[in-house]
Structures are given as C-alpha cells and as structure tokens.
Design a protein around this ligand. Structure first.
Ligand SMILES: *Cc1c(COP(=O)(O)O)cnc(C)c1O
Length: 396
C-alpha cells in the first residue's frame, strides 16, 4: 500500500470542471448570476425561503451571530465538542461562549446541561449536528421558546441530514453550512446561511457585502451610484467560480449522501461484533448524511488510541481526531477559566464529579478514545476493506 487514504476528500468530476470553466469564460466571475442560482437551489434543497452564500463556514457562523444581534455583554451557549470555529464566532462579536457538554450517544449538545447555563445574558444557542447526526431539535426549540433564545444550527457536517422528516437547514432560526473540500459538497472554500426570516436574511446579505444598502428609491433620488452604510460589514462574498462548482455539486448530492450512508453501514456491520468499540449510531427519528465516521476505542485492546492512530498512519490511512474539546484550548482556558474535568484514570468516579460540577466529562472521555476513519465519496470498496482489516489488526 503506497498511496495515502485521507479521512475526507472532495469528489470532482468533469461536469464540475465544465461548470467552472463556463463561468471563467463568462463576464461574471464574481457578483454575477451563478451566486444567486446556487443560493436558490440550496434554499430549495433544504426547504427554506432564504439562503445567503458566503466565503466560508466560519464567515457563515460569524454573520449568523451578528444577524442574531449578539454583541458585548451577551452569552451564547455552545457545545465544547466541535470545531473551534463554532465558539470563535461568538468571540468575533465580543460576546462570551458558554461551553457545555454533549450527549454520550449522539455527541450533540446536552440540552439539560445547556438549560442550567441559561441566565439573563444568554441570547442564543449554537448546536452542532455532529458527524451529520442532528442535535435534539425538539428539546432545543422548547428551550428557545421558554427563554426567548435564538437558535443557530452549525450544520457544517449535516447538509442532507434531517430530523423528524424536516431537512437540516429549515429547523433553527439560522443554519450555517460549510463547503470546505471534506464536507458533503464543496466550493473549495465557502459557506451559506439559510433561514425563513426575511429580516435576518437581509441583514446577512448586507453584512457580507460591507453593509451596503442600495435601493431603487435612493438611486432615483441621489443617482445610480448611491448607497448608504448603517453598520460595519465585511467582504465575505462567494465568487461565481465557487458558486458554479457548488451548483454542479448540489446536483449530485443525492448520490453523495447515498454513498456516505453506504460507507457508514459497511463500517458499522464490519465492527458490530468488536466489543468495546463505540460506533456512530443513527437514533430513531433522525436521518444522517454522515460527514465523518468517529469510533471510540473503549475496550482493553493491545494498543492505546494513540498507538492505533500511529499504526494506521503508518499503514497509509490518514485517520483523524474530531475534535479536541474547545474548553481545553489555552485561548478559552485563559480567557474564561475553563478547566479539564477528568484528571486521573479512575474514570467513573471523576465522571460523576464532572457532571456534578457542570464539567465536560463526556466530551473529554470521547476525546480520549476518539478516532475518525476515512469516509468520503469516491472511497473505493477495496480501500474500505483494507481500512477495516487494518483497524481490526491494530486492536486485536
Ligand atoms: C468545517 C466546520 C466549520 C468551519 O467551516 P469552514 O468552511 O472551514 O470555515 C465550522 N464548524 C464545524 C463543525 C465544521 O466542521
């Protein structure tokens, strides 16, 4: 085995290349018609009224927070188990990310723990549909209603997933997507925000374009060039080159999701008898467009997680760990005083203590044992067989 199998990879075919080439040969390589076409198509795919494309998933989170009115003095509840961008976007707005633990089965935000952290300053909750498995949106919606909170769904992993037959993208007040090459569809770099709220959508559309406000009325009154700025915006636009790629990718998403689910299924049946290995499971009422395949090595095997990681890397399999819990980063520790919950190997005891103190025992236990196996469109059957064989070899 000389080649390297990465944990995620884009799937680009000649149709994608043709679509990009067509835009490159046209008059509009940015701020042109492809952007709007892509947005309309994405909005329709997730069954929402509005969609604004942006330059990355991180920019999408940033603008979602700004549109939600999050600013200095506010608190936003965020699961500690996510990519750091989920919490950084709160910092960009000058607000405080209040981190909470996740559920053991789905690795999504623990809604009961979240409720304990709500106070007068709490403005929003950002939930993550981890690995493509949706968060418990019914519980989150109930909480949001009681405490008057805005719900933001970081659905970077979950384009194509659904919760009780509702597509992800149509459930929270604001849903953000990422089109980084490892995600379900790609635009190179890119992102989007979907919503059914016209006001929020209009604000996001302005903020991604320097805050520019242009209207028919003011053009007539002052001249065609005229525009006004009321609040500070950014250049977070997606180009037409990227949008053309996104549109072409979106046409194939049905097949992409089918393949991702087939890979998930094959791993799951291959490892179902390996005791002590926790696998990603689709809970009842959820439909997962699996983004990654995170396993938890909890049994007493001949190799530790780190040794399994190194063994597989040596075998040409670029496994990953998703993610280091956010409260363990110095930035967050130093700024907000977050501490590690688990210290010794006496897990069960500390775990109970961690839960009592509102710590993060589940995320930390998960992180200690986690390993992400390759899952992407285009992963060949014989390569998946090889990965399965090598994982078993590493463990038993
Ligand atoms: C990928 C990802 C992001 C960031 O998206 P970018 O497009 O890379 O900026 C944010 N949150 C989660 C959970 C992600 O996986």
């Amino acid at each position: 085995m000389s080649k390297i199998i990465s944990y995620g990879h884009q799937s680009i075919d000649s149709k994608d290349i043709d679509a990009v080439e067509k835009v490159l040969r046209s008059d509009w390589i940015t701020q042109g018609p492809a952007v709007e076409k892509f947005e309309k198509s994405l909005a329709s795919f997730v069954n929402t009224k509005y969609c604004a494309s942006v330059s990355s998933g991180t920019a999408a989170l940033h603008l979602a927070c700004l549109a939600a009115g999050i600013g200095p003095g506010d608190e936003v509840i965020v699961p500690t188990l996510s990519f750091v961008a989920t919490a950084n976007c709160v910092l960009y707005c000058g607000a405080k990310p209040v981190l909470v633990d996740v559920y053991e089965n789905t690795l999504t935000i623990n809604v009961e723990e979240a409720e304990k952290k709500i106070n007068k300053k709490t403005k929003a909750i950002i939930a993550v549909d981890f690995a493509g498995h949706p968060a418990d949106w019914n519980k989150l919606k109930k909480l949001a209603k009681i405490y008057n909170l805005i719900l933001i769904d970081d659905a970077s992993h979950a384009l194509g997933s659904s919760y009780r037959s509702k597509p992800i993208g149509s459930i929270a007040d604001l849903t953000t997507f990422s089109f980084h090459p490892v995600k379900t569809i790609t635009t190179g770099e890119g992102g989007a925000i979907t919503t059914n709220n016209k006001k929020l959508h209009e604000r996001i559309s302005r903020l991604r374009h320097h805050g520019i406000i242009k209207s028919e009325k003011s053009s007539q009154q002052y001249g065609e060039w005229y525009y006004q700025i009321d609040e500070l915006g950014y250049n977070f636009r997606l180009t037409d080159i990227q949008a053309a790629l996104g549109l072409s990718q979106l046409k194939k998403i049905g097949g992409f999701i089918k393949q991702r689910r087939a890979l998930w299924q094959k791993y799951s049946s291959a490892f179902k008898n390996t005791t002590g290995l926790e696998l990603p499971i689709e809970q009842k009422g959820y439909y997962c467009a699996w983004h990654i395949y995170p396993i938890r090595i909890e049994g007493n095997y001949k190799r530790s997680r780190k040794q399994v990681f190194d063994f597989l890397k040596k075998a040409g399999i670029n496994v990953q760990v998703h993610y280091i819990p956010i409260h363990l980063f110095n930035l967050y520790k130093n700024k907000f005083g977050y501490k590690q919950s688990l210290r010794s190997s006496s897990f069960d005891e500390l775990r109970t203590a961690g839960l009592k103190t509102g710590g993060f025992p589940v995320a930390e236990t998960y992180y200690k044992n986690a390993l992400t196996l390759p899952l992407f469109v285009g992963l060949k059957g014989k390569d998946q067989d090889y990965i399965i064989r090598k994982v078993k070899e590493a463990l038993i």
